[in-house]
Design a protein around this ligand. Structure first.
Ligand code: BES
Ligand code: ZN
Length: 464
């Protein structure tokens, strides 16, 4: 982790976006600033009670992706957007679960003794009975033509699992039996899409015994792997708020949270809190004058590796991506004890590259106006701002860090939610979004707020 501590001065008035728009950001001296009439259009209307009630509803049961719990949450969120008059879409996408039915290894017809063998994650199913060939660590120079049509015995180490599987596959092997290079069990191994041979992990003891056996003659091995691939469906909910046609900058701002939770977790803070703020801001923006499209998004399968937001990013037409100027992600913004005793209740803005951007600039300035604190920024992925960043869209994650000990636990429940934290985070994101979407920008000279400068710091704070 690199550490950078610097005070960055932004001349807000000189921020130029891809679309050429310039935004007024704050109103004068860094200290003692207060919310403007424009902020008040949004923040005066934010109701922490509304957010709290939505968290209560959403956290009644776990919302693990691909389960009934997710469907229930998606229907509720969609219903809320629809009742606000939004153009709403529920976008389904497939997710996959794998169930291992059996992994058998037979040596000369008899089951291997000792620890039960394990399939690599990503291994295909298959049954092969062939001679075993020792290929060392499966570096290209170690593998001869004799492995063609045989099962490769491989030692773990030096190069990646995927490289090893690929190297023997390139020489025509029909199976991989890999043994550990330490006495650390057999919970290892990874294969990737397209590597269509069964790959099985065994312990070091089991492997070395086979190496010995091979020295005194051929060994016939059976690999029998039965893994079931189960397709499920997860969702992204999208609600679009379009500006008036004759006052449209053509730009798009997105505001997101993830609606899924971990298995068995109510996910009150992670991330019903973010969803509740997305819904609350949607309710308020629906009645605010805007000149920029605002898209409210909730993602499924974040907890599986940002699958919903990656899907959403992948299906965006290029013409949309080119118009997208900022993504605000809210994930874990209500934790009563999160943030320890850092200022602003520990609220921080994380970017993927650790650099400030339009989103953090606006967030820091909004923090000064609404809480009299310049919200710091830091470097972290781990949420749905990542795929937006990869599309080149200025993005940040708003979160209180360090997070609480009940992160991803069944105890991430409503009673740990602070209305005050919800209110503050929603105010900061809401007024930031409104700086872009309000109709008097980019005509700075007509804006009633004067441009100013904002200082905010990089912080390398522990997150959990
Ligand atoms: N809300 C968390 C991200 C998080 C947790 C950020 C703790 C900072 C501190 C998110 O839902 C999550 O758990 N993400 C996963 C990563 C994801 C790619 C599966 C994580 O952090 O393990
Ligand atoms: Zn989360």
């Amino acid at each position: 982790m690199f550490r950078r501590k610097s005070i960055i001065t932004i001349l807000a008035a000189s921020m130029v976006l891809s679309g050429g728009a310039v935004y007024a950001q704050t109103n004068g001296a860094p200290n003692g600033q207060s919310a403007t009439a424009f902020d008040n259009k949004i923040i005066k209307k934010i109701s922490a009670d509304n957010m709290y009630n939505n968290i209560a509803l959403l956290s009644e049961q776990p919302r693990e992706a691909g389960t009934e719990g997710e469907v229930r949450a998606v229907k509720y969120i969609e219903g809320q957007f629809k009742s606000l008059g939004f153009e709403t879409k529920v976008l389904p996408f497939p997710i996959y679960d794998y169930r291992t039915n059996h992994v058998w290894v037979k040596i000369g017809g008899a089951d291997i003794t000792g620890t039960a063998p394990r399939a690599f994650s990503g291994s295909v199913s298959g049954k092969v009975t062939k001679q075993l060939v020792n290929v060392g660590k499966a570096k290209p120079e170690e593998i001869g033509d004799e492995v063609k049509g045989k099962i490769a015995l491989v030692e773990r180490g030096d190069i990646t699992f995927i490289e090893k599987v690929q190297n023997v596959l390139n020489r025509g092997a029909v199976g991989v039996l890999m043994y550990n290079n330490s006495s650390n069990g057999n919970a290892f191994g990874q294969a990737q899409e397209g590597q269509n041979i069964p790959a099985v992990a065994i312990t070091q003891t089991q492997g070395l015994e086979l190496v010995g056996k091979l020295k005194s003659g051929p060994v016939e091995v059976t690999l029998d792997v039965d893994i079931e691939k189960i397709e499920k469906t997860s969702y992204v909910v999208e609600a679009k708020l379009k500006p008036n046609k004759n006052k449209d900058t053509g730009q798009i701002v997105t505001v997101g949270a993830h609606h899924d939770s971990v298995r068995g977790g109510p996910g009150a803070n992670d991330d019903a809190s973010g969803v509740s703020a997305v819904l609350e801001l949607a309710r308020i923006f629906a009645k605010a004058p805007i000149d920029t499209e605002v898209r409210f998004l909730t993602f499924g399968s974040e907890e599986r590796g940002l699958v919903g937001s990656s899907f959403y990013a992948s299906q965006l037409p290029k013409s949309d991506v080119n118009r997208m100027v900022a993504h605000f992600q809210m994930d874990m913004i209500g934790g009563r004890d999160a943030g320890a005793d850092n200022p602003a209740g520990g609220l921080i803005m994380y970017t993927i590259d650790g650099k400030k951007n339009l989103v953090t600039d606006l967030g820091a300035a909004a923090g000064l106006r609404t809480m009299d604190v310049a919200i710091p920024y830091g470097q972290l992925g781990r949420s749905d701002h990542q795929p937006f960043h990869e599309l080149g869209i200025p993005s940040a994650l708003f979160i209180h860090s360090p997070v609480e000990p009940w992160y991803h636990q069944p105890t991430d429940t409503l009673d740990k939610i602070s209305k005050e934290k919800l209110q503050q985070a929603a105010e900061i994101v809401g007024s930031s979004v409104y700086q872009i979407a309000r109709p008097d920008t980019p005509a700075l000279e007509n804006a009633r707020v004067a441009p100013g400068t904002v200082d905010y710091d990089f912080e390398d704070r522990p997150v959990d």
